[in-house]
Design a protein around this ligand. Structure first.
Ligand SMILES: Cc1cc2nc3c(=O)[nH]c(=O)nc-3n(C[C@H](O)[C@H](O)[C@H](O)COP(=O)(O)O)c2cc1C
Ligand SMILES: [Mn+2]
Length: 498
């Protein structure tokens, strides 16, 4: 066990401690100024301990990120030491952090995403000189690459080893030249290689397949430690005709500063903390997993492609950004779900303008809530919207449809609608034997891709005629009085707050 050492540097913004954040440090400075950065100085083990602290903060509903200034590893292979012993996690554990990334309130997130994602607003990145790119401060050549030095954590007990859980992976399609970035977990398996889970319907799969068909490895650069908008976009299924780097420009109103990687025709975010450059080998597989999945259960061990790391660049005092995952609530789940919510709402809205918002309530859509405009509803709309959502994404299983006078962010409100608006024989529709996600432990065995049963529950207010008790209306405080009480809230308490 090492003893706590003095903090080797201060958190300072690269550009500004305000929106639009251009780097992780810009955002951390913003959080720090608002008392939302926690600092742990005592030695913290990347084997389980950091994940356990993170879990507790998630369960407490914290909206703070947490810096571990003195990480070490009790894993026999890992020899984490300065300057690689600084870890942050929790930069996306709460919806407030997504509000920060977009600079709008949660009620405006969906409209903002749709509005800013118009083709005319997409912005090309700006390529900066390497002398202006903090991610290039230190260059580690292939001979010296040693992933065992990085503070890669294990956040769940039976994981197959440390995973780079928040690697933003940059690739370029060899034919179209289109760039892509997304978060893929990387199972650190040796000093110079990791596993990678390439799911067939993700964009990276078509790039990897194209290289593979020519007998070539796929160049890939993984950025660790990025600004909060990049993280949200990395988990959102944006279409290939809106490359993520241009979406970043649309969402922040400024071009993303990028720099050419050392080895490949791939640009990487200039302000990242670390960049891992390498190749996903076309004809090599290695065991990957188990991994503590978003369902809250472990995946098994599978033979998956291998990412060989050929070069690492990083800042002089790099911050390793981690995200923990496993049984909800988890930050990893929240981040993927946020991307799902925003992009799913945009996609469904294009066909059904009456849909106001879609939100995963649990496990990447195993329970999903769809909110529709109460003024525009008509018979059968709720079921149509609900079925459309699960048919768009295999992970979506149980769908609850609510009106827009129910707060989609408030689980109690959703349950209230479920409790008071449904009669099972009329409000539930079930569709068996549809393609599922395979990781859902309730799915029956058999089939590589999984088979699932979908359920839509119409929790919207029934159409009239209403019977007498219902017509007496929603029971709550007198509206005028409630408003007045809130306006004078501090006058009720001796110290201005309860
Ligand atoms: C923490 C985290 C880990 C993820 N791991 C993976 C992964 O290993 N494989 C995968 O296909 N998607 C993973 N995702 C989801 C993808 O990032 C997401 O679906 C993204 O939209 C895919 O983009 P693409 O279509 O450009 O490939 C992960 C997301 C997060 C937030
Ligand atoms: Mn993509």
């Amino acid at each position: 066990m090492t003893t706590a050492r003095k903090r080797p540097f201060d958190i300072r913004p690269d550009t500004r401690p305000n929106w639009p954040f251009q780097s992780l440090r810009d955002y951390m400075s913003y959080l720090d100024e608002r008392g939302r950065m926690l600092h742990v100085d005592k030695p913290s083990d990347v084997q389980f301990e950091i994940g356990a602290v993170s879990k507790k903060l998630m369960e407490d509903g914290s909206d703070k990120a947490c810096m571990f200034w003195n990480a070490h590893s009790s894993h026999p292979d890992w020899h984490v030491a300065p300057p690689f012993d600084v870890v942050v996690d929790g930069t996306h554990r709460h919806v407030r952090m997504v509000e920060d990334a977009f600079n709008v309130s949660r009620d405006e997130l969906f409209e903002t995403w749709i509005d800013r994602l118009q083709p005319s607003k997409l912005l090309d990145p700006v390529i900066v000189d390497r002398s202006e790119a903090p991610c290039k401060e230190v260059v580690i050549p292939e001979e010296e690459v040693d992933l065992y030095k990085l503070p890669i954590d294990m956040c769940t007990a039976k994981m197959g080893g440390p995973f780079l859980s928040k690697a933003v992976c940059f690739t370029r399609h060899p034919d179209t030249g289109t760039s892509n970035f997304a978060i893929y977990r990387l199972h650190a398996k040796g000093p110079k290689h990791t596993g990678i889970l390439i799911v067939p319907n993700q964009h990276v799969a078509s790039v990897y397949a194209k290289y593979g068909s020519e007998g070539k490895n796929m160049p890939m650069c993984a950025a660790l430690g990025v600004d909060p908008m990049m993280s949200v976009i990395s988990g959102a299924p944006v279409p290939t005709d809106s490359p993520e780097e241009r979406v970043w420009g649309a969402m922040t109103g400024q071009p993303l500063p990028m720099v050419k990687s050392e080895l490949y025709d791939i640009n990487v975010p200039a302000y990242a903390e670390y960049i891992l450059e390498g190749e996903v080998v076309h004809d090599l597989r290695d065991s990957e997993g188990p991994y503590g999945e978003y369902t809250g259960y472990y995946s098994g061990i599978r033979d998956l492609p291998v990412f060989k790391v050929k070069c690492i660049t990083h800042r002089k005092q790099p911050i390793y950004e981690s995200v923990t995952i496993g049984k909800p609530p988890s930050e990893g789940n929240f981040l993927v779900e946020m991307g799902f919510n925003l992009e799913m709402t945009r996609g469904i809205r294009a066909y059904l303008p009456e849909v106001k918002a879609v939100r995963s309530l649990m496990c990447h859509g195993l329970v999903t809530v769809v909110q529709i405009d109460k003024k525009r509803r008509y018979k059968g709309l709720a079921f149509r919207a609900g079925h459309m959502v699960w048919s768009k994404k295999a992970l979506v299983k149980n769908v609850l449809v609510i009106d827009d006078d129910i707060d989609i962010w408030d689980n109690d409100d959703v349950w209230w609608a479920f409790a008071t608006h449904t009669q099972a024989h009329k409000s539930v529709q079930i569709v068996p034997d549809v393609s599922g996600c395979r990781l859902d432990p309730s799915e029956p065995f058999g089939g590589e891709e999984g088979v699932s049963c979908k359920m839509v529950i119409d929790c919207t207010e029934p159409f009239p005629p209403y019977h007498a008790p219902y017509m007496r209306g929603v029971a709550g405080p007198d509206e005028e009085t409630y408003k007045r009480v809130l306006e004078n809230w501090d006058t009720y308490w001796e110290n201005g707050a309860p």
